[in-house]
Design a binder for this molecule. Sequence first.
Ligand SMILES: *Cc1c(COP(=O)(O)O)cnc(C)c1O
Length: 374
Amino acid sequence: MNNTFLPFSKPTIDEATISSVADTLRSGWITSGPKVLEFEKRLSAYFGGRPVRTFNSGTCTMEIALRIAGIGPGDEVITTPISWVATASVILEVGATPVFADIDPLTRNIDLAKLEAAITARTKAVIPVYLAGKPLDMDRLYAIAAKHKLRVIEDAAQAIGSSWQGRPIGSFGDFVSFSFQANKNITTSEGGCLVMNNEAEALLAEKYRLQGVVRSGWDGIEVDVLGGKYNMTDIAAAIGLGQFAKLDEITAHRRKLAQHYFNLLGNDFEARTGAKLPPEDYENTNWHLFQIVLPGRIARAQFMEKMKEKHNIGIGFHYAPIHLFKLYRERGFSEGMFPVAEQVGKQIVSLPMFYAMNEKDVERVCSALVDVLG
Ligand SMILES: *Cc1c(COP(=O)(O)O)cnc(C)c1O
């Protein structure tokens, strides 16, 4: 067995970033300050000048977008069952009703025909998720939203660096939410940002971010909305600035690793093993994850155990279908409602994919796959 453990994901923080964090710690200003403003300015430039605010997670970003859009009790919001639980829980958090639509078995993203079929008179918004960083057909998504007058809160937590027809995800659309949690393509350790449409929305986002407080002059202070405490610190923003400077390099490297996976596994991998590969794409996706769906003959837990015990390789699992969690079952969801999501959710695994990996690591994973899947 190879003694070096190969995890499925690992952050890479360079020395320049570490120095910049140390400088921030020594500066006497460690909460939200100049680094946050600079990070927001850089992000906004990248997103074509759209207003951007940073937060301490990519979960509160979505909750705040729902609040800005005025979504609450009585409103329905449609999303996918295959995501991190936060995607649906923010809908409950604002008192609205989550509605799920099944996924497309090839992309593993929400099936837009099923999304459209789930729209009712009470539907106010949709939260699409770009699993593994792969965007939807964005033209079709926004055509559906326009036709039914729906707000879109894009859960682009995994999609920084992804694009659609040459335009970065986040540089167009309605609300676009990103996460900078430790495993994401770029990180602030924990954090997120929200891209909005105008300064009025950005001002509301600032209020929801910091206890509703608005200051003016030397001592003016007013509170007119109920806000939380969701601000990003300058320590986190210093990490983010260092990471963001490398975004293009990170995306290009991940695309190269993905290409190596496809080349090594070969065209007959699916026929040989019964496993399903992700769609091959080096244009749009940032390859946040490289996910395969295992054949039914092997239990996922057994596959994960063999990869770890025999080959010292860490395998991730993203995600269990949200509608089958107790919290959602108690709200009327059950087995059989979203069969594609249930099948994929049972057998999907994430193979190692991170910036510090090299082609040898990919080769190691591929030989282990051949051994374990036969
Ligand atoms: C990471 C992630 C989130 C949550 O982001 P946090 O920053 O951890 O709050 C939400 N949705 C998806 C799809 C994610 O991958």
